[in-house]
Design a protein around this ligand. Sequence first.
Ligand code: GMZ
Ligand code: MG
Ligand code: ZN
Length: 185
Amino acid sequence: MKLIILDRDGVINHDSDAFIKSPAEWVPIKGSLEAIARLNQAGYRVVVATNQSGIARGLFDMQTLMAIHQKMHEAAQLVGAEIDAIFFCPHAADDNCDCRKPKAGMFHDIGKRFDVSLRGGVATVGDSLRDLQAGFVAGCAPYLVLTGKGEKTREKGGLPPGTLIYPNLAAVVDFLLKKPMELAV
Ligand SMILES: O=P(O)(O)OC[C@@H](O)[C@H]1O[C@@H](OP(=O)(O)O)[C@@H](O)[C@@H](O)[C@@H]1O
Ligand SMILES: [Mg+2]
Ligand SMILES: [Zn+2]
């Protein structure tokens, strides 16, 4: 089975320094949902691994997070895309949980749930260093996109070895499905 693990904010939808606190604030990045549909058609299971410390911060509750994800699923369906599962960490950094990226807990759980060894070339796509670090530790091939916080992440450096950089999720999918696309260097 082909599997890919995507960060949510800044990869699928626009991010905000004020967090994505409601369905109304969830706006897909142009081309991202269509890119997921192309992955589905190529036989990929698409799974999201997202930090949602806004829950621990009291910025929004679980019901609101579920409503945001319902909107994401519906928007995906409109373009023939399907997100197979959404794993999220609702904790704050000082909760010292095992699931908050850059820890790899969500990635290990995804590997178990889908019975896939992540070390077999499973790609993970993120806009923050912690996304890439979590995936890399779990054995994934890291891809940085320059949407969301990606430009800042590139400037800061320290990316896991072998990280490939692309302008956005659609360009990563072009590469994965072997349509020529220039690397964003
Ligand atoms: O990119 P993913 O993992 O899908 O979600 C990130 C969000 O949960 C929020 O994560 C926060 O980081 P802190 O949780 O405050 O460190 C900030 O970066 C917010 O701007 C951002 O919206
Ligand atoms: Mg992000
Ligand atoms: Zn957690």
